[in-house]
Design a protein around this ligand. Sequence first.
Ligand SMILES: [Zn+2]
Length: 374
Amino acid sequence: MNSLRDHFVSRQHELLALTCALVEAESPSGDKDGSLAAVSLLASAAATIGSVSSVERITSEEFGEHLCIKAFTDNNSPPIVILGHTDTVHPRGAIKERPWRAEGNRIYGPGIFDMKANCALALEVLLACEAIESCPRSPITILLTCDEETGSPSGRGLVEAETKNARAVLVLEPPASGGRVKTARKGTGMFSLEVHGRAAHAGLDPEKGVSAVLELARQTVRLSELNDPATGTTVTVTMVHGGTHTNVVPAEARAEIDLRFTSASEGLRVESAIRNLKPIDARAQLVVSGGINRPPLERTDGVAALYEHARTIAKLLDFDLGEASVGGASDGNFVGALGVPVLRTHCRRWYSGAWSFVGGIDRQPLRRGQNRPR
Ligand SMILES: [Zn+2]
């Protein structure tokens, strides 16, 4: 553990330099140029690592490139997959408003937490294994998709293909508060509800109209009744639109619905309830589209065992690794549904380890001039 720690401290400048370059190569989901820039940086860095046997850039028509790096492939045992993404939620130009900066032992920049720094750190792990002459018992696959923040329309198949035979999957998403790893995540569903009514003049003959807005309001109440705090199910109408003019009974209305659930069976139950909504005013028509997007990541025995293993290792670093169950989903949910042990592993303390590259582990304050390593 001490030699690992020393190695990471010695690599702080290089790690920060790559992280900074990745942050400054802005890569919001769907920005193909940004995706290619971020992937180029990582692919170039990976190509210089001795244990890496392949660096594959996989084109995604709409989003840019996914990146798959394989290392320590000398044996045929199931791989450990380190899973992350290169896209961010920050629009291009955000770096101008909030440029890379360091304060104390922290560094800031759009998308650094979720998850540019983590992408850089994943490569450092391979270098660290080499440095301490420790050959992992399993091959290591690093898979970084480019569309995770939009629900992984093109990355999902790749995630499932690369992880289905994995020994374990470590997901690089940010931790829960206090640096706790996430051992359970809710599944998600996204639905749209369109209501078709009948337009009429609100002053002359309102009785001839069928208000889609009124019907939608009633359906919103009905949908909220699907919430179940006991099981953790939440159904939230997040956006509503309706009507055409101030003096017309509205013929059209639409709502967006966000569903979160903790078990596959609960997801199916609520999905069925949403799909089978019936009009309260029989003259109105309802059209439901969408469905379950990500299955839940359930805390299986395999997940619990992997967490205990990680916790034992963290103890060697004097760190009590906590765990958490959260509502947000990630690509780790797809993996959990395959029955593979998953840990959302990138805890804040590891950041702290990484940040010590700016001076955390040895508690050295950041010196001027180190802020923008190149
Ligand atoms: Zn993320």
